[in-house]
Design a protein around this ligand. Structure first.
Ligand SMILES: Nc1ncnc2c1ncn2[C@@H]1O[C@H](COP(=O)(O)OP(=O)(O)O)[C@@H](O)[C@H]1O
Ligand SMILES: [Mg+2]
Length: 287
């Protein structure tokens, strides 16, 4: 487990890399690790540099995480329970505050932002949670509209048109007037995905979106995510235990354990020929 009581955290980390240098370094370093189609001169959309997270001053959960994500890349994050996957995602949208290190979204450092700027950042980072987190008193349509009207300031008509389009895309056009309690878990999660996509974020974060679902409902949600991954051009970071999905859909697979990125690479390499013994053991256990 990621607990090292009494250990002091090394908080001194280098300043974030200059944008062009980071792009060049990542370009050279990352090409073997992903099936992403690199475009000359493009910059990473998410840069995590030397990220550390400690809870209560003693429990170090993330240790010097470095990860680059490119525009439209689909990254699946795997690893045992407690390895820090959720904490890393939550640091990316500042639901947790990093203890040390830097996170940059489109070359802008996000640590140290004022509250108004954090809200703006969150508009650009959609999140889909394991437990759906829909508003229980609103219909499916209302859930997909509310962020658009309240946060983006869209008119009701515009928001409703977008919401209906996104509900249709997740196969729920005929459930627009249903409240969450009248929907299955799989349908609720598809509403949550429609809600996130309707905000047109730059990056969509998924934290084990199918882990709370009955097995027969998993496929419908994965189908929606696969469609997004292949057809929307959206950047996606997906924490999942669905190995078949990761193998098929991911450009890059990242294996975390004990707060460390142990291994990353294209799915075929990580799944068929893991370099790290812990990755091999984990995949052996789960597959
Ligand atoms: N708010 C918190 N306070 C204290 N410890 C936490 C908190 N959130 C997570 N942790 C601890 O951090 C570790 C990693 O948790 P998490 O990021 O949820 O892992 P994963 O998502 O990989 O299962 C666990 O040991 C967990 O108990
Ligand atoms: Mg988790």
């Amino acid at each position: 487990m990621a607990r090292k009581r009494g250990q002091t955290l090394q908080v001194k980390v280098p300043a974030p890399l200059d944008a062009n240098e980071a792009a060049q370094r990542a370009f050279e370093h990352d090409r073997p690790l992903t099936t992403h189609n690199f475009v000359e001169g493009e910059h990473p959309i998410v840069r995590i540099e030397h990220l550390n997270k400690t809870f209560d001053g003693t429990t170090q959960v993330l240790r010097d995480i470095n990860l680059t994500v490119w525009p439209a890349e689909v990254v699946c994050v795997l690893g045992p329970s407690g390895s820090g996957k959720s904490t890393m995602l939550r640091c990316i949208n500042l639901l947790e505050t990093p203890t040390a290190g830097h996170i940059l979204i489109e070359d802008q450092p996000i640590t140290g932002l004022a509250k108004a700027e954090v809200n703006k950042l969150r508009q650009n980072l959609g999140m889909v949670f394991q437990s759906f987190n829909l508003f229980p008193h609103l219909t499916a349509l209302g859930n997909v509209m509310i962020g658009q009207t309240k946060v983006l300031g869209k008119s009701k008509e515009e928001a409703e048109a977008e919401a209906r389009k996104q509900l249709e895309a997740v196969g729920l056009a005929d459930r627009a007037d249903f409240k969450p309690a009248q929907l299955s878990g799989g349908q609720q999660q598809r509403v949550a995905i429609a809600r996130a996509v309707a905000m047109h974020p730059d990056v969509l974060l998924f934290d084990e979106p199918t882990s709370a679902l009955d097995p027969e409902l998993v496929r419908g949600v994965l189908d929606v995510m696969r469609d997004l991954a292949k057809n929307s051009g959206m950047t996606m970071i997906v924490v999942t235990h669905e190995m078949g999905f990761a193998r098929e859909v991911a450009d890059r697979v990242v294996f975390m354990e004990d707060g460390v990125v142990v291994e990353q690479g294209v799915p075929a390499q990580v799944f068929d020929n893991p370099k790290n013994q812990r990755t091999a053991e984990f995949l052996g256990d789960i597959q």
